[in-house]
Design a protein around this ligand. Structure first.
Ligand SMILES: Cc1cc2nc3c(=O)[nH]c(=O)nc-3n(C[C@H](O)[C@H](O)[C@H](O)COP(=O)(O)OP(=O)(O)OC[C@H]3O[C@@H](n4cnc5c(N)ncnc54)[C@H](O)[C@@H]3O)c2cc1C
Length: 519
């Protein structure tokens, strides 16, 4: 590897790690939420950052100057093969895979990698495998199983297949869960049914609570989402990707030569053959500059934590209340509201929601419970509504009375906390992934709209997308624009068939999704 690239990689890796931690601390302090999860304390992370820093320290100034010169040169003459906008888990995964496939990739992140939804996420994973029959209705299961495998292989992110329980606490929830379970069992998915007594044996923390029955999914689990994002960034950098943090893309433009030009808030103009827009809840804002309306809005997700000893909770817990509500009353979407929020557009509660896990060492083993999903006041509204805080507490006490200490007063006293992050919710609840060629924008790809499931679905979607993008950019002969046909259904094997079906399911130009708009 040329010296300059090695130095640049080192510098970028070190700065990512350190900036990310610094950003998290800054936000915590700014918002008075100093009790947020603090991955900067994680020993694994600290060790990694320290060694990278030590190595980078001596040459940092020289490397920074060289990097600036290199970037300037690149801006002037050599376009990147692929420019990725957004350094959350989705953009970082795209950059990781595209770089490893041999493309020259630049990743632009407006603040620091992993600082938004990806770093603020709970990091629960759901994996039941895939049914034998390749079918669009199971595309999400394909993404979830594939993402879990990718994260497991990635390492350095506290991947843990501890298993999960979908818990029903009322007779209607039991009925719905049983229906879902029967369908899953006949499709050959990996799950088992348990009545209350067995549930308590599987997860002692549920004893004495309202659980009536549960479905156990042993392949599910969790990951530390901030570490996972950084592991993708570091892997991308190691494969030659240039990462620029603090570089907000304010607009995109197609040049006469058929390239894309990204204008940053610093006034830099970067050229690329292909662009992947993976800016999470801010993707629609950037897409507007090229005349595309992307139906993806920020939805606030709320999380609360409580300090705990290791092994206080052995499984990931998903409640059924919101699922039962959406099944009975509809998913709540209207012109303004995306699907599957806990509140309507006026902010009135439709249902409660609860999911929880015990974190790993990086987060001092704290218990983490997520709840409401509601519209924020703006795309920078991170305030935790007091009603959301109370709802989580009330719900935890019903389901897991063992954690009676869980609650704002005790949590603060004991070093727990709460935070909100902005999830990129697509209007119809499906991710928005693929090329905008049908809107005349060949080479512009979207990878956003993963809503509440970007950690468990994003890495696999990003891998499939990266393969398509790289195939496009590194092939000298343009291939036919039926890109969803990335693999021949007859010859590509199961994974290729699933990938093709998943790409069609996430198609950005599907009915009711992206359309041309005023620039
Ligand atoms: C509280 C909470 C709990 C969650 N729990 C889970 C869970 O248990 N399991 C799960 O699977 N998912 C969960 N999610 C959802 C998951 O975190 C998201 O779906 C996922 O992180 C989205 O990743 P992303 O990369 O698309 O977006 P983000 O992580 O938001 O990344 C987008 C990045 O783009 C950057 N950016 C924005 N605009 C620009 C621009 N103009 N130029 C350059 N950069 C830009 C941002 O700074 C940001 O870093 C949760 C989310 C929250 C908030």
């Amino acid at each position: 590897m040329p010296m300059i690239t090695a130095r640049r990689n080192l510098l970028a890796a070190a700065s990512c790690t350190v900036l990310y931690a610094a950003h998290r601390r800054k936000r915590a302090i700014c918002e008075g939420a100093e009790l947020r999860r603090a991955p900067s304390d994680a020993s694994a992370r600290a060790t990694r950052a320290t060694s990278l820093l030590r190595l980078a320290e001596q040459e940092a100034a020289e490397a920074a100057a060289a990097l600036a010169a290199e970037t300037a040169a690149q801006t002037a003459d050599a376009p990147s093969d692929v420019l990725v906008v957004g350094g959350g888990i989705v953009g970082a995964s795209v950059a990781f895979h595209a770089s490893r496939l041999g493309a020259r990739v630049t990743l632009l992140e407006k603040a620091s990698c992993g600082c938004e939804a990806s770093g603020l996420s709970a990091g629960t994973l759901y994996d039941v495998g895939v049914p034998e029959r390749v079918d669009a209705s199971s595309a999400a299961l394909y993404l979830r199983a594939g993402s879990a495998s990718i994260l497991e292989a990635l390492g350095g992110c506290e991947f843990n297949r501890c298993g999960a329980l979908d818990v029903a606490a009322t007779p209607p929830e039991v009925k719905l869960l049983r229906q879902d379970f029967e369908a899953a069992r006949s499709a050959g998915l990996q799950c088992s049914w348990h009545e209350a007594a067995e549930v308590h044996a599987l997860e002692p923390a549920l004893a004495g609570g309202s659980a009536l029955a549960a479905v156990h999914t042993p392949r599910s689990g969790s990951v530390q989402p901030g570490l996972a994002t950084l592991a993708f960034v570091e892997g991308a950098v190691a494969a030659g990707c240039a990462v620029r943090e603090g570089a907000e893309v304010v607009s995109l433009r197609r040049t006469e030569a058929g390239l894309y030009e990204a204008l940053t808030s610093e006034g830099d103009r970067l050229l690329a053959k292909q662009v992947v827009l993976a800016a999470g809840a801010w993707s629609a804002k950037v897409a507007r500059s090229v005349g595309v309306h992307v139906p993806c809005v920020p939805v606030k997700g709320v999380v609360a934590t409580l300090p705990a000893e290791p092994n206080a909770l052995s499984k990931v817990i998903f409640d059924m209340e919101s699922r039962a509500c959406f099944a009975a009353e509809g998913d709540g979407r209207d012109d303004e509201m995306p699907a599957k929020c806990t509140h309507d557009r006026r902010g009135e509660r439709r249902c409660r929601k609860l999911y929880g896990k015990q974190c790993g060492e990086a987060d001092n083993h704290q218990l983490l419970f997520g709840g409401d999903r509601l519209l924020p006041d703006s795309d920078s509204d991170y305030a935790v509504p007091s009603a959301s805080r109370l709802s989580v507490r009330e719900h935890v006490l019903e389901l897991l009375p063992k954690f009676r200490d869980f609650g704002p007063a005790r949590a603060v006293e004991a070093g727990g906390g709460e935070w909100a992050g902005l999830m990129p919710f697509a209007h119809d609840g499906k991710p928005i992934v693929g090329e905008l060629s049908r809107l005349g924008l060949d080479g512009l790809w979207l990878c956003c709209g993963f809503g509440p499931a970007g950690i468990m679905e994003g890495p696999k979607a990003a891998q499939v997308l990266a393969e398509l993008v790289v195939e496009d950019v590194l092939h000298t002969t343009p291939r036919p624009r039926t890109r969803v046909a990335m693999a021949d259904a007859e010859s590509g094997g199961d994974d290729a068939r699933w990938a093709r079906v998943a790409m069609a399911w996430m198609d950005p130009c599907r009915a009711g999704c992206c359309v041309a708009s005023e620039v």
